[in-house]
Design a protein around this ligand. Structure first.
Ligand code: NAD
Length: 554
């Protein structure tokens, strides 16, 4: 038997390619034309029929990990159907294709591996990355999400197992903003792994050595970045889940050289800034009078503070005045310049210079500062205790309490705790979703500071106008555009984020604002169109079979 003949038989390659396969949706004419007769059950279905079946199969699985595997296998068979299903069931499936299920999928990546998605570059590939990029089957790439697997969600160093993150994130770019999946590329840089479990795991698929020294690490990333922009000069690279010892440096090295951003730092900053803008509208205290206590000074905490800083600067505060509105608490207490330890570089800008006595606990800090806003990005579950929330609530009518750590078990407090302990007065947002809370007959709806609100639209704007870089102002413009999706009547009821079901329209609004700003700053390289919104809408992909590029008739 000649295997090559089987693989190349007329039509079978169309059915086997996830890009061209329509399965039972091929019409009788197409079945005749492409040699598919006899290869499919007779009845022709619509994509809606297929999606209905796939949804019922999705619901038949017992665990979310099984649902994750099912969805990814579906994508491998029929990309259009997968994205149709995802776009039309985004709120149901987002927790499967991304957090929290993707976390478990990454931890078990080696065990659950079925087929490869995206591209991998290891230190073995040094000197050849540009050539290897040519192996990617799709000619054009608009967006790359890249991770080194060193800090996957809150799960630590997962090495190559982290591939689920770039894959899942790009699925959200497609679903949330309408990127064309064929023009997206997930990437893992394998620079080793420091987690012993994976070094000893026979199913682990990355290189089995500990992480390479910094010099080698930065060299492979540099080679990758140069190669990528050589092959696809207009591509946007989004850094994701890279540990603190590298993520800030990488952003500093590349933010002005290439079109790139870091979602953990800038995307988080932008989405929380947006929530903060609306919280300020809701509490009706002038911005310059706010005092913010941050619990946690990692990539997310600093990223959020940097974004809120720019809002203060915009309002006319000097940098020095603006910095004084922030107090950061980490595992050693209030961050000050004189507390006696060597501060990590990224914490230095926010270290207080005006404390002679060292405040060691969050409670001491909130007693001293009397903050208008308490923002948790520490990863320490239930660290906003009753006495802390009561203390904050005793100084302001409507305290802003953001309990942003993920997953739910790591949230600094639950929505119910925040509402109960503040007697229903707080403006609350979390990282992971919480259900509405009934308190004294009032239904309180928590906000979710989900990065998903920002990165698809920010990326869409940057790509559509072929920006040369992602500037801070473009990120602030994204925050404001998101904030403007909640009107005054809603803000008065303490609603600070819009519903996620309207994500595609939200993303378009954000993209338009980002492009306006890119033109203003001179970083957009396309000719200014008559209607920016129309240009954005033209780019947006919607999964349907009509848009499939099938082979020409022989
Ligand atoms: P990180 O590891 O970079 O930072 C954690 C910070 O918390 C560090 O400054 C650390 O010193 C501090 N910390 C640790 N233990 C502490 C303790 N006992 N007391 C006080 N501070 C302590 O992590 P990150 O990337 O900044 O993420 C932090 C959290 O934010 C995670 O749980 C993540 O899920 C969450 N996050 C949420 C969103 C969102 O809601 N949109 C986005 C990104 C990250």
């Amino acid at each position: 038997m000649n295997t090559n003949n089987i693989l190349c038989s007329k039509g079978s390659s169309i059915l086997r390619s996830s890009y061209t396969n329509k399965g039972t949706a091929f019409s009788p004419e197409e079945r005749q034309k492409f040699g598919l007769r006899g290869l499919l059950p007779p009845r022709q279905e619509t994509i809606q029929d297929q999606a209905e079946r796939a949804l019922s199969q999705f619901h038949s699985f017992q665990t979310t990990l099984e649902q994750y595997v099912f969805l990814n296998c579906l994508r491998d068979r029929n990309e259009t159907l997968f994205f149709y299903l995802l776009v039309n069931n985004l709120e149901l499936m987002m927790p499967i294709v991304y957090t929290p299920t993707v976390g478990e999928a990454c931890q078990k990546f080696g065990n659950e591996f079925r087929f490869a998605q995206g591209m991998y570059f290891s230190t073995q590939d040094r000197g050849q990355i540009r050539d290897i990029l040519d192996n990617w089957p799709n000619p054009e790439v608009d967006i790359i999400v890249i991770s080194d697997g060193s800090r996957i969600l809150g799960l630590g160093d997962l090495g190559t197992n982290g591939m689920g993150i770039p894959v899942g994130k790009l699925q959200l770019y497609v679903a949330g903003a309408g990127f064309n999946p064929a023009r997206t590329l997930p990437v893992i840089i394998d620079a080793g792994v420091n987690t012993k479990k994976y070094l000893e795991d026979k199913f682990y698929l990355g290189e089995k050595h500990s992480r390479v020294p910094d010099q080698e690490y930065y060299a492979i990333i540099e080679e990758f970045m140069v190669a990528v922009y050589n092959k696809w000069p207009k591509v946007l690279v989004q850094f994701e889940d890279i540990s603190n010892d590298h993520c800030f440096n990488l952003l500093d090295i590349y933010r002005n050289r290439f079109l790139c951003f870091n979602d953990d730092i800038q995307g988080t900053g932008s989405v929380i800034l947006s929530g903060f803008i609306n919280a300020v509208r809701a509490v009706q205290i002038p911005l310059r009078d706010h005092r913010l206590v941050f619990f946690g000074a990692g990539s997310a905490g600093i990223g959020v503070a940097d974004c809120i800083m720019s809002l203060f600067l915009e309002q006319g505060l000097t940098e020095e005045e603006a910095r004084k509105r922030f107090w950061f608490v980490d595992s050693k207490g209030l961050i000050t310049t004189n507390r006696g330890d060597e501060l990590a570089e990224h914490k230095k800008a926010y270290a207080r210079t005006d404390y002679t006595t060292q405040l060691k606990t969050l409670l001491e800090v909130v007693r001293d500062v009397k903050p208008t806003a308490l923002i948790g990005l520490s990863g320490i579950g239930r660290s906003f205790t009753q006495d802390i929330i009561e203390e904050v609530s005793s100084h302001v009518e409507k305290p802003i309490i953001f309990s942003l750590s993920n997953p739910t078990s790591n949230a600094e407090c639950t929505a119910e705790q925040a509402y109960t302990w503040s007697k229903g007065r707080c403006i609350f947002a979390s990282g992971s979703p919480f259900a509405p809370v009934e308190l004294n007959g009032v239904r309180l709806v928590p906000g979710q500071g989900n990065n998903m609100y920002i990165f698809p639209g920010l990326g869409l704007g940057a790509v559509v106008c072929h920006a040369t870089k992602v500037t801070d102002s473009m990120i602030i413009a994204a925050s404001k555009a998101l904030a403007s999706c909640v009107d005054d009547a809603e803000v008065i009821t303490n609603k600070i984020y819009p519903g996620l079901s309207g994500i595609r329209d939200i993303s378009i609004r954000i993209a338009v604002a980002v492009i306006e700003k890119a033109f203003e700053e001179g970083v957009a390289t396309i000719a200014r169109p008559e209607s920016i919104e129309q240009l954005v809408r033209q780019y947006v992909y919607y999964p349907n079979y009509e848009s499939l590029q099938l082979p020409q008739q022989h």
